[in-house]
Design a protein around this ligand. Structure first.
Ligand SMILES: CC(C)(COP(=O)(O)OP(=O)(O)OC[C@H]1O[C@@H](n2cnc3c(N)ncnc32)[C@H](O)[C@@H]1OP(=O)(O)O)[C@@H](O)C(=O)NCCC(=O)NCCS
Length: 198
């Protein structure tokens, strides 16, 4: 019960932040306020980050590599999209589409024969969109050495039966880390909206 109150409080805090920054996101703001008024965050209509967090593991086979024996970047992107979609699908229980994939860095090559572990969880939920953070790790199965090789942020949108964006359950925030990531995602959303306007 304490968690519900925290999530509710946090949401209002973020809305107040808009006032401080002076950024106009009128439609989103109205939607969010509407969500709060019509749909207070409770365990009945909201879901925790852990409810949809997902993992995927793959082994790097010869067909997935370039001439240096490293995993192809495009294959990593495909797997990131797939595990991110699992998270959004689990949260919304609706068909979803990828709206965007933000910056993706490859810190280390992933070698043929290594095991790739992809971990994904929600960072933010809007009215119809869901932001998912994906971390990619490479494990050498002989030595057990484990390296974080990539991370990416994706946004998915849930669709109704007519293929139009449709509302999704609210995100219930439990930990300080989840709250921090939610607020950071809000900032990215503000920046995206500003970028779109320019
Ligand atoms: C994603 C898509 C459904 C958005 O449709 P739209 O008519 O722009 O919808 P809206 O403007 O009502 O936006 C719906 C939500 O998506 C979010 N959104 C739209 N474009 C976005 C983008 N490029 N990045 C992040 N979020 C985005 C909006 O912020 C909004 O979120 P909210 O409801 O939580 O506030 C539509 O652009 C689409 O179908 N794109 C193709 C998706 C696809 O085929 N993906 C496969 C890979 S090619």
């Amino acid at each position: 019960m304490a968690y519900q109150a925290t999530a509710y409080f946090n949401f209002n805090g973020i809305l107040n932040q808009y006032d401080k920054i002076g950024v106009v996101l009128k439609s989103n703001r109205t939607n969010n306020r509407k969500n709060i008024e019509e749909k207070p965050m409770t365990e009945e209509n909201g879901k925790y980050v852990s409810d949809s967090a997902s993992q995927m593991q793959q082994i790097v086979l010869p067909n997935d590599t370039n001439i240096l024996g490293n995993l192809l970047g495009g294959k990593v992107m495909e797997w990131i999209d797939m595990v991110g979609a699992m998270v959004a699908y689990r949260h919304s229980r609706r068909p979803i589409v990828t709206a965007s994939m933000e910056r993706l860095d490859f810190h280390h090559p992933i070698k043929l024969g290594n095991i790739v572990i992809l971990k994904a969880e929600l960072t933010y939920v809007g009215r119809t969109s869901m932001e998912v953070s994906v971390s990619v790790f490479s494990e050498n199965p002989r030595t057990g050495e484990n390296l974080r090789t990539s991370s990416a942020t994706l946004t998915f949108v849930a669709l109704d039966d007519q293929g139009k964006p449709t509302s999704v359950p609210a995100l219930l925030l439990k930990t300080e880390e989840e709250k921090r990531r939610f607020e950071e995602a809000e900032q990215r959303r503000i920046q995206r909206a500003a970028h779109k306007r320019n």
